[in-house]
Design a protein around this ligand. Sequence first.
Ligand SMILES: *Cc1c(COP(=O)(O)O)cnc(C)c1O
Length: 359
Amino acid sequence: MSYSHKPSDIIRPEILALKAYHVPPATGMVKLDAMENPYALPQALQNEISSLAAGAPINRYPDPNAADLKAALREALTIPDQMDVMLGNGSDEIIQIIAMAAARPGAIVLSVEPAFVMFRMIATFANMQYTGVPLTADFALDLDATLDAIARHQPAVIFLAYPNNPTGNLFDEQAILKIIEATPGIVVIDEAYHAFAGASVMDKLTDYPNLLLMRTLSKLGLAGLRLGLLIGRPAWLTEFEKLRLPYNVSVLTQCVTQSVLCHMDVLLDQAEQIKTERARMFARLTTLKTLEVFPSDANFILFRVDNATGIFRKLKQRGILIKNLDRTHALLDNCLRVTIGTAEENTQFVTALETLLSE
Ligand SMILES: *Cc1c(COP(=O)(O)O)cnc(C)c1O
């Protein structure tokens, strides 16, 4: 017997049709494309991390329950006692665990469009169907259309980022609560940008049996450590825990995060600085007459500009990397997204943009 051993004989067609998530090279660039915190940690904390890393038992598997880290997170994020916490290798992994758990034949993931692209991608990874309900032109929830889609599709899982990525806005809380009440499945509110928004559904967890809350430390300044959390009722988290690989949070991530959490004020101060810079950038960008700038509750700003793809390329030639969203969705025509960097990086970006617009 002879076999051709072609991937197309083995790999699922929807995987063959996917394009891998593209991360552009950024060496030497002013990197304003990935919502990273631009600031380093203070020297004293860096030294503390060095000695922790040196002494970390990396010959051993990590604590699979990460009990100490979870206790520190409970305190730092004021998580209600009745709720359980599950840790992920970034919140991306948590999205994947939820999708795998809910992937009954024909089960549907619902989100809005435009939204965080991993919602759609991971639905496909897990063999789920995906449906996206368009936001309104100003990126608000279209409540009627969303309730309609819920009634028609009976989604197993709804993902909503709050604030939303890539648009940066918070959705109306009352509309979110109506969605939670109307859906037969679970609603995962993804608060990746919580530190820059100051709004949360944390205090709603006890009211809604189908509500789950996701957070991450990535946008707050620990993107390289990969730590996300899911917060919710034990009944749900007990099931999701079964799919979590036992050692998904490394020894180094556990010990370094725990020590940084003892200095949560450092990260929160940096978030405040980012918010100050966001206000300065927003004001400056809105003075550019040919730009349409969208208000943001996150650590990035979305704006529309003529010939966005051309502007994106020219910025890149000048060593400034932002995110081009042109043609990724009808509502994002000619849209670019810039992450708030340091004051110096932001000034470099706006100055370059002003120059390009006056050419
Ligand atoms: C960046 C981002 C994430 C991913 O966070 P990680 O914890 O780094 O995996 C999740 N959700 C949204 C909406 C994001 O923008």
